[in-house]
Design a binder for this molecule. Sequence first.
Ligand code: VGL
Length: 196
Amino acid sequence: MRALIVVDVQNDFCPGGALATDRGAEVAADITTYLRAAREAGTYGAVVGTKDWHIDPAGHFAPEGTAPDFEETWPVHCLADSDGAQSHPALDTSLIDAWFLKGEHTAAYSGFEGHPAGAPESSLADWLRDHDVDAVDVCGIATDFCVRATALDAVAEGFDVRVLTDLCAPVTPGGGAVAFTQMSYVGVDLIDNHFH
Ligand code: VGL
């Protein structure tokens, strides 16, 4: 059975947010349109969402007074329970079966570092296997960081992995392109023009 993983479609990663990607809001709306049709068609046995959910994520935030490098250090974003950490309003969250939070006390790019709220011992991989999932599609934000890390971990966990490239938004276009190349190199199937 195949699941869809919707990665970090949160306000802070969309225009107006602390770590905005240019295409974030557009991708949020497109994922909703895609997901409504996919639900009708029975494409997925399960749909899960991940959220960056920071409390004190070690060195993930640039120290106060210093500039983030947008590689390893970032502006403060997705603080647990803040508006910036909520799903973007264009994403219809009623289409998502389960949520996985990540990054409370450390940088956590991959959704596979996530756990259900209030259940730090459980993992996304366990949840997927419990639901007989052996294949995943991945989409969301940001292509070059959390989507890439989630797709690479999904491969390492033994899932058959596809990435829906037009339902992903990068931090930088160059970074997004490199990320797609890396994903494809480890065996991810890139599904282009899947939606448009
Ligand atoms: C992300 C940078 C920093 C992401 C999260 O969701 O891709 N990127 N934290």
